[in-house]
Design a protein around this ligand. Structure first.
Ligand code: 4AD
Ligand code: MG
Length: 455
């Protein structure tokens, strides 16, 4: 039975016979023996294997080059050298697959751009191996966070007929063959109407929150926004909690708590994977995350934020004007230069926000909130929802939404309506925040961005 290298490196004592398997990272030969560094993806560390000349299988040693796959049987013994406690003295080894000279991941530095072009192989590097193990653990932590707080996990649909955000950034779902000269007709299509990939599970989430109390979704989300930035992907994963009997304050509290929880998870729970980001990506990463985990976040209203930005004297590329969305340069200045900490901006003008947000008493702003973090900008967007039937209907009319098509959604306000609130957190942006990676293409296994769907 194979033991994963993570467990071998953490062994409590020597072992007479173990079996390990992995991919060769390096091989060094001396006269009497060879050293193999094997990695099996279970952790950042490699298993050092010492192979004496004449060991069964050692006749293939010259083929065990970087990238080749190997199975080794041997004794687990205390390591002579520094760096790790245990190493393996091989009693036999077996070559599974060679990696010829054109294996692209030879031992040298590679640019992120090059590694993106081999996204199917980059998880075999130390940095991306660590990245995707962190991604896995953070996913688990997301579920743990909600399950510990009695939230129910709801699988909202991927194919939908509603446009939650009203931004028109949807990918069409159709069975219509583009080569078919006959024009596509929505009513003749598979669902008998126009459908698309979801931009948010929120509306369906609201229906479930107004039944199960507190729910969350965590799934792939699709946006055909043509913004080719380092923070936007056409396919990304969003975490969306929705809570009945909750207002904007409770919503902001939960978003902050969740950011802190995930930051602590990154600091404590990653089997040393975070260290490689500290070493090669951001020297100040750990100190920065510790700061975020322990310190209170800032909260300002949109009106205050605009005022601060306008009085800052900074020459932004886009001017700051009340009634316009904050640009990422404004968000970053607020968190990086002004408050120097994560900041929640709330109560935005109703004109720039979707139909479902609750109108404030001033009749001008809605209970929107965005949580901004240094280095990234918006990581969470949410709101208290409009629970008053008449106000919701008026909002829908203002946004040109058909109350007939959304009648199922309106029902949540017709039958036992309650104050409720929720938010969406971009999972990739959270991963960028905790690893220091600056491009969203480097925190998702196979990135989809405008013009790019290679894998
Ligand atoms: O602010 P957004 O658009 O909010 C919603 O979709 C709400 N319906 C969520 C809710 O209240 N349930 O998106 C939420 C978050 C953003 O703050 C951002 O972190 C992330 O989703 N996000 C993206 N991440 C990567 N690529 C994109 N194209 C993204 N668009 C949004
Ligand atoms: Mg937003």
């Amino acid at each position: 039975m194979r033991t994963v290298i993570r467990d071998l490196l953490a062994a409590s004592g020597p072992a007479a016979s173990i079996e390990a398997a992995g991919w060769v990272r390096t091989r060094r030969d001396s006269k009497a023996f060879s050293f193999l560094e094997l990695n099996d993806g279970s952790c950042l560390g490699n298993l050092q294997v010492i192979v004496d000349q004449g060991t069964p299988g050692s006749e293939d040693l010259t083929k065990m080059t970087t990238g080749a796959s190997v199975v080794v049987v041997g004794k687990l013994v205390a390591s002579q050298g520094g760096g790790q406690s245990w190493e393996v003295h091989a009693t036999s080894l077996r070559l599974l697959g060679t990696a010829p000279e054109d294996f692209p991941l030879q031992k040298k530095g590679h640019s992120p751009e090059f590694l993106r072009s081999i996204a199917h192989l980059r998880p075999r590097t130390n940095l991306y191996g660590a990245m995707f193990r962190i991604r896995s653990r953070m996913s688990y932590a997301v579920h743990r966070f909600f399950q510990e707080r009695a939230f129910h996990y709801i699988h909202t649909p991927i194919i939908t007929a509603s446009d939650c955000e009203g931004a028109g950034e949807m990918f069409r779902v159709t069975t219509h063959d583009p080569a078919d000269p006959k024009p596509a007709k929505a009513e003749e299509d598979f669902f008998g109407k126009a459908t698309h990939l979801t931009v948010s599970g929120q509306l369906e989430g609201e229906a479930f929150a107004t039944a199960l109390g507190s729910i969350y979704t965590f799934g792939p989300t699709f946006r055909a926004e043509n913004s080719n930035t380092s923070r936007h992907a056409a396919e990304f994963w969003m975490i969306e909690p929705e809570m009945a009997f909750c207002d904007l304050q409770g919503d902001m509290d939960l978003a902050e708590e969740m950011v802190k929880y995930l930051v602590k998870e990154a600091l404590e729970g990653q089997d040393g994977d975070l260290a490689i980001f500290e070493r090669f990506v951001d020297k100040g990463l750990r100190a920065r995350l510790e700061h975020v985990a322990s310190e209170a976040f800032e909260r300002v209203s949109y009106t205050e934020a605009v005022d601060i930005l306008q009085k800052s004297g900074v020459k932004f590329e886009y001017p700051v004007e009340y009634g316009h969305n904050l640009q990422s340069e404004h968000e970053r200045w607020l968190t990086e230069e002004h408050f120097k900490k994560p900041t929640t901006v709330y109560n935005y003008p109703k004109e720039i926000k979707p139909f479902y947000m609750r109108l404030n008493d001033d009749d001008k702003t809605v209970t929107a909130m965005d949580l901004l973090v240094p280095g990234i900008g918006e990581i969470v967007g949410g709101s208290q929802r409009e629970e008053r039937l008449d106000v919701l209907l008026a909002n829908m009319e203002r946004h040109g939404l058909s109350t007939e098509e959304y009648s199922w959604y309106v029902d949540t306000r017709r039958f036992g309506t309650v104050p409720h609130a929720g938010f969406g957190m971009g999972f990739e942006r959270m991963l960028m925040f905790v690893t220091g990676m600056t491009n969203i293409r480097d925190v998702i296994p196979f990135a989809r961005t405008p013009g790019h769907c290679e894998f």
